[in-house]
Ligand binder design. Structure first.
Ligand SMILES: *[C@@H]1O[C@H](CO)[C@@H](O)[C@H](O)[C@H]1NC(C)=O
Ligand SMILES: *[C@@H]1O[C@H](CO)[C@@H](O)[C@H](O)[C@H]1NC(C)=O
Length: 203
């Protein structure tokens, strides 16, 4: 089953105007690939999206987890990452991940934004963690998040109807194992992962 929404087509037209048909086809392929599998990753039962929601898109992320030492522990403040779609020949930057400066009305803060290159037009989703699982003790947990709000100027775009998000296949990103030098000491840790986006099935 391949779902290409109206706004996604707009998104792709914008991409075509700027970068040509080759990239357009690749973008379609990247979204199409996402529909049936999360790139061969098996998702732990605790983190599976609820019934009635299907995989819509998958991106790869490279970024940093930002921690601040509060006197006793390192506390996550923020995360910032670039989002990529990968192909055998190249990697295409498709958006970014960041935290809203204040949580939204439902307590969501981590946000993913996809941008079509030319205009730019964006679609974004913010979410709140529902469950997490440490899969690799040297890396940040895998997480299931529920969407809490949407933003951007193509609200029907790729992320405009996202209902659940998963952070999977994490590498690195943990805070230092030693205490901070002082309260307020900040530390940025590089991390890699994939993010998977789900939308509700048509009824
Ligand atoms: C620091 O963060 C830890 C973990 O979140 C928390 O348990 C502790 O109360 C915090 N300490 C201070 C001084 O805020
Ligand atoms: C869409 O929003 C982005 C910022 O999120 C802005 O840079 C861009 O100009 C907007 N595009 C249009 C067509 O409104």
């Amino acid at each position: 089953m391949l779902l290409i929404s109206w706004a996604l087509v707009i998104d792709l037209k914008v991409a075509k105007a700027r970068t040509g048909a080759a990239v357009l086809q690749k973008k379609v392929r990247y979204l199409a690939e996402g529909v049936d599998s999360v790139g061969g990753v098996s998702v732990p039962a605790q983190l599976v999206a609820p019934k009635g929601h299907s995989l819509h898109a998958v991106v790869r992320a490279e970024g940093h987890q930002h921690y601040v030492f509060n006197g006793t522990a390192w506390v996550l403040q923020n995360a910032v990452a670039e989002l990529y779609a990968d192909y055998p020949e190249e990697s295409l930057r498709v958006g970014r991940h960041f935290f809203l400066s204040e949580p939204d009305a439902q307590g969501g803060q981590p946000t993913w934004e996809l941008t079509s290159s030319a205009t730019p037009l964006t679609s974004a989703v913010t979410g709140k963690s529902l469950a997490s699982l440490t899969v690799d003790s040297n890396s940040i947990a895998w997480v299931l998040l529920k969407a809490t709000s949407h933003s951007g100027n193509i609200t029907e775009g790729t992320l405009g109807r996202v209902s659940y998000i998963q952070r999977l296949q994490t590498q690195h990103g943990l805070p230092p194992s030693t205490k901070g030098r002082r309260t307020g000491h900040a530390h940025h840790t590089k991390y890699l992962c994939i993010y998977a986006f789900y939308i509700q099935d048509p009824v």
